[in-house]
Design a protein around this ligand. Structure first.
Ligand code: HEM
Length: 74
């Protein structure tokens, strides 16, 4: 598996973990459970990974130098 594909899939799965953490925190509060203060900081870890891998994915097409582009449909 190539490096770019690995980072894209990592970004995808970490985004799921991040979403579950944030929705879980909101749901817990909705049900009257008040988590400890540090629990509110846990989404920051996956978010940091998402920022790094997301910026990598963002610059990828610009540094590819025109390689691997699909031919334009005629
Ligand atoms: C915080 C900074 C983030 C940056 C800079 C960023 C950037 C990007 C970029 C550039 C792509 C590729 C888009 C493309 O090639 O068409 C991407 C894909 C994606 N992003 Fe992010 N993203 C960030 C955060 C998030 C967050 C918070 C989520 C969801 C909770 C998320 C979920 C996704 C998903 C699901 C994809 C599609 C991945 C795939 O299956 O190919 N991203 N992101």
């Amino acid at each position: 598996m190539n490096w770019n594909k690995l980072i894209r899939q990592g970004h995808r799965w970490v985004s799921i973990i991040f979403t579950l953490l944030v929705t879980g925190l909101f749901a817990a509060q909705g049900f009257g459970y008040q988590p400890a203060e540090w629990v509110f900081l846990t989404p920051l870890a996956p978010l940091a990974l998402l920022v790094l891998s997301g910026l990598y994915l963002f610059v990828l097409p610009y540094v590819m130098g025109g390689r691997r582009r699909k031919p334009s449909p005629q």
